[in-house]
Write a new protein. Structure first.
Ligand code: FES
Ligand code: FES
Length: 164
């Protein structure tokens, strides 16, 4: 099958590569670009481990072909931490408040939480639970994930107020 030319901006860097049109975005990221933060946790588009930010929306990257993302801006967990490797407030909050155990769901969970806090900077616990409903965690029971996201929201809002 003939290849298609794919151009994306991934974590702020433009990439251009030929790809089989049947390539899923998750495989393109992991196998062609060596961006392995987004994980593959299911074959059924249920787990959310592969979540990335695509043009300002949370997307399960196993559910779209790379050609459908052509021209898009993609942010993965690697692009959420600072360029110098410093952790994002959300990552610090997950670490501090035990929002992870095995860590398999964590890149997708934090990438989803990152977008959730832009959609709703001051969510209630119920809104956080609804917001991460597409991301499964087999370890934590979610309590500490919700807590970590709430704490991160409070910290981001305080920083925003201090800057105003
Ligand atoms: S790998 Fe499970 S939803 Fe994408
Ligand atoms: S921390 Fe293990 S699946 Fe979420």
């Amino acid at each position: 099958m003939s290849k298609i030319n794919v151009k994306l901006t991934v974590n702020g860097t433009e990439v251009e590569k030929l790809a089989d049109p049947r390539t899923l975005l998750i495989h393109f990221l992991r196998e062609e670009l060596d961006i392995t933060g987004p994980h593959i946790g299911c074959d059924t588009s249920h787990c959310g481990a592969c979540t990335v930010d695509l043009d300002g929306k949370s997307v399960k990257s196993c559910t779209i072909f790379v050609g459908q993302a052509n021209g898009a801006e993609v942010t993965t967990i690697e692009g959420i931490s600072g360029a110098d490797g410093s952790l994002h407030v959300l990552q610090e909050a997950f670490r501090e408040h035990h929002g992870l155990q095995c860590g398999f769901c964590t890149p997708g969970m934090i990438t989803r939480a990152y977008r959730l806090l832009q959609e709703n900077p001051d969510p209630t616990d119920e809104e956080i639970r609804f917001g991460i409903a597409g991301n499964l965690c087999r370890c934590t029971g979610y309590q500490n994930i919700v807590k970590a996201i709430r704490v991160a929201a409070e910290q981001l809002n305080s920083a925003q107020e201090a800057a105003e």
